[in-house]
Write a protein of this length. Structure first.
Length: 115
């Protein structure tokens, strides 16, 4: 009986996406400076990300209010959770962690939620 517990299974599993985190500095800074939002409110928001196929250090992001999600009894596990609940998305777009470039997706002006 020889087990190869270190060998990968033959089925292709989708990559695991990271859990919600604090806003990356370039994203938070651009929300405050370019979009004119209140810094006290912005830095309490959370962000979920997924890697972009175009670049090694490029990520799609979605910004949401953890408090608003809790009030609606929605547990945000990763980026794909917000596909089912687009009303929670305040800002979205992509950013490059090497060049610190942030691009926001076109969408209506977000409504400010209580922090």
């Amino acid at each position: 009986m020889f087990w190869k517990f270190w060998a990968k299974k033959s089925g292709s599993e989708p990559p695991r996406l990271p859990r919600p985190k604090d806003l990356p500095d370039p994203v938070g800074r651009d929300i405050v400076v370019k979009l004119g939002q209140d810094p006290d409110w912005v830095w309490h928001l959370k962000c979920v990300m997924r890697p972009r196929p175009e670049g090694v250090k490029c990520y799609d992001f979605r910004v949401f209010s953890e408090r608003n999600a809790a009030e609606n009894r929605i547990v945000v596990k990763n980026y794909l959770t917000l596909d089912e609940h687009p009303e929670l998305i305040l800002f979205q777009g992509w950013y490059d962690s090497v060049s610190k470039k942030v691009v926001f997706a076109e969408k209506p002006a977000p409504r400010k939620l209580a922090a």
